[in-house]
Design a protein around this ligand. Structure first.
Ligand code: HEM
Length: 477
């Protein structure tokens, strides 16, 4: 994240929706900071410290202006890019750091394998990999479901995106990606706030980028040594080998981004959905009935995916209330007006799926998990945007949804997952993503269709309204 100076202001500063505060507060807890700004100013706000500002947009009208205009509003996902020849520069050079014609060209190359038609080919791989994960689970044990979902998504991502069955290499890249993502988040503010501690830790970030680059290079070597396939890495390598194609450094950036973007967001979406279902036994019951009737507890076939309407509503609502991608930023490439503000080039604008999805004027009782609301609502792409919107919308959206729609029924067809009684579940937005920061311990039992919810503590209660546990009521009765 970086912020700019603001040379030109509207004539009457006092009327502008500006809060004077600490920009570090946003990095420290984005949700708390954004909620305060929204409560004070509504759909558009700025946070100002000394001569620096970050602009925040929460309403669909501003999302539309900013997200549909990729010429004026550029993507700059990583605040610290490192020097030209550094590993940090290479691993951060994927699509999210590209703009203009370069972005269009690379996006076109990378998108082919993610078109709706192409992803049907990955169906069996998802069903098979989820069954293999379940074969390692034992009824009676308690599992950290977020760790399971993360490892599962790493393995799946490795096979689908890179055509490789290398679980250990995938795990190594996954662990190193997570550390690198966390360091970017922690040290990123040093790009605009002088802070000796953070500057010292910059070396740590550079080392972590070098560590991440090693297994990525190994993956590239393995893929080049094997026969080329229809996976995205093969296509990127082919483009690299053609004239005017993709440079080696960009190839490394694409792999790092695809890996991080694909596995963490999908894993967290699965974890949050399983968690929300465990807290809403009535919804779980309805989903169980649909799955029993239509798939008899098996993985759904490709042609069944569109018919599972309860599953569709559950996923939409889970990604509304706890979106795996909680905010993203843009940087202005030229002067532009945004509401009452005149933004100069280099201004940082943050849009937030979490905030837009929780606006009471868009969603009745926004903090409640109510999949049934999707029977009657049909929000615009700028009012509901778990995958972003406009020309930079997630290229993996269809693949991501397909993975969720096969994995969840496969898990729930075999096992009943109940949150461990009294578990503490905490969450935090880091590097734009909504992560569980605690274990999410689930008791595994054979699926019997008899659902209760258990009590939960932790800061998850600040993000979503959870109904009282039904397990205690049943014990008392
Ligand atoms: C549930 C799963 C996922 C969620 C919630 C998600 C979310 C997002 C969001 C919000 C953006 C837009 C960022 C922006 O506006 O700057 C994005 C972009 C992107 N996502 Fe995903 N994503 C998911 C799965 C995937 C998968 C499976 C892939 C694998 C291909 C992927 C690859 C990408 C890439 C490459 C971009 C950058 C697109 C660009 O800048 O043109 N994502 N994702």
């Amino acid at each position: 994240m970086s912020v700019n100076q603001f040379p030109r202001l509207s004539s009457d500063r006092t009327k502008l929706p500006v809060t004077i505060g600490r920009i570090a507060d946003f990095a420290h807890d984005p949700v708390v900071c954004m909620r305060r700004l929204w409560a004070k100013h509504g759909h558009l706000a700025a946070l100002e410290e000394d001569s620096q500002r970050i602009y925040f947009i929460f309403g669909p009208e501003y999302n539309k202006q900013v997200l549909s205009d990729s010429q004026r509003f550029h993507s700059r996902f990583f605040a610290l890019r490192g020097s030209k020849r550094s590993a940090q520069r290479r691993v951060s050079s994927g699509l999210l750091s590209m703009n203009g014609d370069e972005h269009k060209r690379h996006r076109r190359i990378a998108m082919g394998p993610f078109a709706k038609k192409a992803i049907v080919g990955y169906h069996d791989m998802v069903a098979q990999t989820s069954k293999e994960m379940l074969d390692t689970w034992q009824p009676g044990e308690v599992r950290d479901i977020d760790q399971d979902m993360t490892e599962y998504m790493l393995r799946l991502t490795c096979s689908i995106l890179f055509g490789l069955d290398e679980p250990e290499l995938a795990l190594e890249i996954g662990k190193k990606t997570e550390r690198w993502v966390a360091l970017n988040h922690e040290i990123g503010p040093a790009a605009f706030i002088p802070n000796a501690d953070l500057t010292e830790r910059y070396e740590e970030l550079l080392e972590s980028a070098e560590e991440l680059e090693k297994p990525i290079k190994e993956m590239l070597r393995l893929r080049r040594a094997g026969s080329s396939g229809r996976d995205v890495l093969s296509l990127l390598i082919q483009a690299h080998d053609e004239e005017g194609g993709i440079s080696d450094d960009q190839l490394i950036g694409h792999i790092a981004l695809l890996f991080g973007a694909a596995h963490l967001t999908s894993a967290h979406s699965l974890t949050w959905t399983l968690f929300l279902l465990s807290q809403h036994p009535q919804v779980m019951r309805e989903l169980h009935e649909e799955l029993s009737k239509q798939t008899s507890g098996n993985s759904p076939r490709p042609e069944q995916l569109d018919e599972l309407t309860v599953l569709d509503r559950v996923l939409k609502e889970s990604m509304r209330v706890l979106p795996a991608s909680a905010y993203v930023q843009r940087v202005t490439a030229e002067p532009v007006d945004l509401g009452p503000f005149h933004l100069s080039p280099g201004s940082v604008v943050v849009f937030s799926q979490f905030m837009t999805h929780h606006l009471p004027e868009l969603y009745d009782e926004p903090e409640s998990f109510r999949p049934d609301r999707w029977r009657t609502i049909n929000p615009s792409p700028y009012a509901y945007l778990p995958f972003g919107a406009g020309p930079r919308m997630c290229i993996g959206a269809a693949l991501g949804m397909m993975q969720l729609k096969i994995t969840l029924p496969t898990i729930l067809g075999r096992y009943k997952l109940s949150l461990e009684e009294g578990a503490e579940v905490n969450a935090r937005v880091m590097s734009t993503m909504l992560f569980p920061t605690s274990r999410v311990p689930m008791q595994i039992a054979p699926q019997d269709g008899d659902f209760t919810s258990s009590s939960v503590t932790g800061n998850i209660h600040t993000l979503v309204n959870l109904p009282p546990a039904t397990s205690q009521a049943r014990r008392a009765a």
